[in-house]
Design a protein around this ligand. Structure first.
Ligand code: NDP
Length: 242
């Protein structure tokens, strides 16, 4: 896919990995719809527009506003070529302290939110007979993690969802893949103490956290390569190579 002039929607793109992905697609000439639950700032929009592309900010929660988000994209741009399901949350707790509400809330945003966005996007993509969906999973979907049963389950669900969407949508030339980042330097991992971060770094073969831009490069690769579907690519400094 040549990304120039295409429309790309990135959920949860006010910061971190989502913001880096949005910028990378803008640098390829794609028009961008940013999204988060809070108002996007003029500065966030200007960074994208400085690439010479169109950009809108859509306030909406993927758990309840998926239809409205897609309607706004279609009304403004008239097409939706790439959907990046990036919005995600963590709510870490050991299992003995995790209530069913803690479990359900994380699944609601990460997994159900992704499902909502996909089902709404498939309508215009099927009509276009073209489209690309990229879902943000995580290495913990592959390995599990202490204190992250809710998060790991939501991200493992995303991998199964990705493969099922890829199978159902392939006949209409819509592709669906997942990215499984390891430890990436964002607000999400800033919550960890320096001691915990240093310990994690010793366990990463490349001995450092990844940068959001490195995840964004892989998203570009998945969007541009028309023969990739149903795959999960780990981008994790070697954490899951064993
Ligand atoms: P951040 O916490 O930095 O950013 C999350 C983004 O999602 C924000 O823009 C936030 O904005 C938005 N968001 C959260 N909930 C919703 C919602 N219900 N509807 C719409 N937007 C929402 O996260 P990262 O950039 O670190 O992570 C991005 C994705 O990558 C997530 O899916 C995460 O699970 C995944 N990931 C991250 C890793 C890491 O190490 N950082 C590792 C593996 C995977 P607002 O709060 O304003 O809504």
């Amino acid at each position: 896919m040549d990304l120039k002039g295409k429309t790309v929607l990135v959920t949860g793109s006010s910061r971190g990995i989502g913001a880096a992905i949005a910028l990378a697609f803008a640098q390829k000439g794609a028009n961008i719809a940013l999204n988060s639950r809070h108002e996007l700032t003029t500065e966030q929009m200007s960074v994208i527009k400085a690439c010479g592309v169109d950009c809108i900010g859509i306030v909406g929660d993927v758990t309840q506003d998926a239809a409205a988000i897609i309607t706004t994209v279609m009304t403004h741009f008239g097409q939706l070529d790439v959907l990046i399901n990036n919005a995600g949350v963590t709510a870490d707790k050991l299992l003995v302290r995790m209530s069913s509400t803690d479990f359900e809330q994380t699944l609601q945003t990460n997994l159900v939110g992704t499902f909502n966005m996909i089902t709404q996007s498939l309508k215009p993509m099927f009509k276009q007979r073209a489209g690309c969906i990229i879902n943000l999973a995580s290495v913990v979907a592959l390995t599990g993690n202490i204190g992250q049963a809710n998060y790991a389950a939501s991200k493992a669900g995303i991998i199964g969802l990705t493969k099922s969407v890829a199978r159902e949508a392939a006949l209409r030339q819509v592709r669906c893949n997942a990215l499984a980042p390891g430890m990436i330097d964002t607000a999400m991992t800033m919550k960890l103490s320096d001691k915990v971060k240093a310990q994690i770094e010793t366990e990463i073969p490349l001995k450092r956290f990844g940068q959001p831009q490195e995840v964004a490069q892989t998203a570009i690769f998945l969007a541009e390569n028309d023969y990739m579907t149903g795959q999960t690519i780990a981008i994790d400094g070697g954490m899951t190579m064993y």
